[in-house]
Design a protein around this ligand. Structure first.
Ligand code: NI
Length: 169
């Protein structure tokens, strides 16, 4: 297993559409293991494959730091099949280090997909799990948290973030 480099805004791969997984061989298995390792090394609660440079529909989530009853989740080709309620909470993203903002999301979601061996699974989530599922599926569709905030907030972010990035160089 290896810790991979996390692509950060404005890397183009974060905006690309990802492809469904159709093969479940050793290449995929090591990508998944590396993603898990990378998520833990960065203290994240979730990671999407395009964040580590692989444009495939793969996500990993571990919210056990907040809710110990939820196991590590590995989902391929995830789709939201049901959602309900609405809740606002603060969110960050490993691809936008140092930035946090309030995002409105569905309170509960049901997500269907495949496990790492291609077997169909369905996950129901509320709380942080629901938020993480929506956040990671957004990544697979080329969407970041800054695409979920208003225009004025986004312009402000772009100016400020560019300044922060420049001053770190
Ligand atoms: Ni993210």
């Amino acid at each position: 297993m290896a810790v991979l480099e996390i692509k950060t805004f404005p890397d183009k791969i974060l905006k690309e559409k990802t492809s469904p997984v159709t093969e479940f061989g050793s290449g995929l298995q090591s990508l998944i293991d590396d993603m898990i390792e990378t998520m833990y090394a960065s203290s994240g609660v979730g990671l999407a494959a395009n964040q580590v440079g692989a444009a495939k529909r793969v996500i990993v989530i571990d919210v056990s730091s907040r809710d110990e009853n939820v196991p590590l989740l590995i989902l391929l080709n995830p789709e939201i099949v049901l959602s309900g309620g609405e809740v606002e909470d603060e969110e960050g993203c490993l691809s936008i280090p140092g930035y946090r903002t309030i995002i409105k999301r569905a309170e509960n979601v049901t997500v269907s997909g495949l496990d790492r061996h291609g077997k169909p699974v369905e996950i129901e989530g509320s709380g942080l799990l629901s938020r993480a599922l929506q956040h990671e599926i957004d990544h697979l569709n080329g969407l970041l948290i800054i695409d979920r905030i208003g225009t004025i907030k986004r312009e402000f972010f772009k100016k400020r973030y560019r300044k922060t990035v420049t001053s770190n160089e």
